[in-house]
Design a protein around this ligand. Structure first.
Ligand SMILES: Cc1ncc(COP(=O)(O)O)c(C=O)c1O
Length: 431
């Protein structure tokens, strides 16, 4: 209301307007990308400017501009709430033909980015039910994507499992990996009313890629419990394909596979894609109608010919993967150089995909939230690890010792940032 300092908020209003981790992250990212260009930006999940991909996108946009009829239809019409019928048919055919999945357009729903898909899915499936049960989303491997943390309209929507930490041989305890502790997952399934299991693959923040066996085991557990398995494929296979290890795309009739055009290079079009059992896909369309009438259709039109031809499956391996893999390798070698030189006790999660390094500072005397502030005052932005450890039943010291670093920015900026982080880590180390 004009002139009023504050106004009454409902419980939902309070929940959604609280100072969430994701808001801080997006605020910092937005400011760094616009009004503070001298910030060294290792926060956020913005994809890199990959020149070959940018060129392709520009050419495709020009093609759309040159075709007056398609262009006018694209901008002048609302799509149906579940997404463009032509796009959904083309994608279903591609998935059937390439992977033998039994999916049709009725299994596909478009949302305004993957983020919106998760808001719909989590709140649709979990929370208080008419049967009096309080259902949860089970995260089998914590840390997990910060963007889920505050999405529940109800409190405490998540229950998360602590993973095992393993040290690949020959890495002198500098490279570690999280492994799902399936015993912990089974206990959580027995102790809670679980609405769905959800996991990102590759995992944001760690760059972990669940093995095909782990995915199959999760899928089997979900099937036995008659609940969906939500696989968040923001970075992975079939596209955008930023995966540095072997990984097979997975779908089963009880799997909800979410994809996005963002990490392909089109975050501005806000295009999320959900491949799901038909009732779930239909429900996603119903929720879109209520919250937003329809989705943006520019992203779908941009990539439609590549979906029809199958080219979309090649863009990752040809253009994106080599780019990000080299960035990861470079950043890891600077980390080793600067952190060893600074005498810091450090370890990195093995980088198997996505755009992030997950740095473990075992000897930090302050929390990473505090460390984040110190780095920000030195014009380096990272994401403190605490935000990714939600849904755990018990405290875990490890949760205050990790940082997520986006390695996709230009090399000189990543290098300078890592040098500053190493200096500050030495200063903040327990003496
Ligand atoms: C794991 C994961 N899931 C989902 C999203 C949502 O992305 P978008 O809404 O741009 O599709 C992101 C974005 O960074 C992500 O990292």
């Amino acid at each position: 209301m004009p002139g009023q300092e504050s106004f009454y908020l409902s419980t939902v209003g309070e929940k959604l307007t609280a100072r969430s981790g994701i808001l801080e992250l997006m605020d910092d990212l937005g400011r760094a990308m616009t009004i503070e260009p001298d910030m060294l930006m290792l926060g956020g999940g913005n994809p890199a400017a990959v020149p070959a991909m940018q060129q392709l996108l520009r050419e495709r946009m020009q093609e759309l501009l040159n075709d007056a009829d398609s262009f006018d239809r694209m901008l002048g019409n609302y799509d149906p709430p579940q997404g463009s019928p032509a796009f959904r048919v083309a994608l279903a055919e591609l998935l059937q033909k390439t992977y033998g999945w039994s999916v049709g357009p009725e299994n596909i729903a478009i949302t305004s980015g993957g983020q919106t898909a998760f808001f719909y899915l989590f709140n649709m499936l979990a929370g208080a039910g008419k049967d009096g049960k309080q259902r949860k989303i089970l995260l089998p491997l914590c840390p997990e994507y910060i963007g889920y943390a505050d999405q529940g309209l109800e409190q405490d929507l998540f229950v998360a499992c602590r993973p095992d930490i393993v040290w690949p041989e020959g890495e002198e305890q500098r490279i570690f990996k999280y492994r799902i502790n399936f015993d912990a997952v089974r206990v959580a399934l027995a102790e809670h009313d679980v609405a769905a299991i959800a996991v990102s693959r590759p995992t944001n923040p760690t760059g972990n890629v669940l093995t095909d066996d782990e995915v199959r085991e999760l899928s089997a557990l979900a099937r036995v419990h008659e609940i969906p398995l939500i696989l968040d494929n923001a970075y992975g296979v079939p596209f955008p394909g930023v995966v540095f290890v072997d990984a097979v795309p997975h779908w089963d009739p009880h799997v909800i596979l979410t994809m996005s055009l963002s990490k392909l290079g089109l975050p501005g079009t806000r295009t999320g894609i959900v491949v799901a059992p038909e009732p779930i896909a239909t429900a996603m369309g119903a929720m879109t109608a209520i919250t937003g009438l329809a989705n943006g259709n520019v992203g779908q039109q941009m990539v439609l010919p590549w979906v029809r031809s199958g080219r979309i499956l090649e863009l990752g391996p040809e253009l994106l993967l080599p780019f990000y893999q080299e960035k990861s390798r470079q950043a890891a070698s600077w980390t080793r150089e600067f952190f060893d030189a600074a005498g810091v006790d450090w370890a990195l999660h093995v980088s198997e995909g996505a755009f992030f390094h997950w740095l473990w500072l075992r000897n930090l005397s302050i929390s990473t939230k505090e460390f984040y502030q110190r780095l920000k005052s030195r014009k380096v932005l990272v994401v403190p690890g605490e935000y990714f450890f939600f849904g755990l039943a018990e405290e875990w010291e490890h949760s205050a010792q990790c940082l997520r670093l986006n390695f996709s920015q230009p090399a000189d900026r990543v290098r300078s940032a890592l040098q500053i982080i190493a200096e500050e880590a030495a200063r903040a180390a327990r003496k």
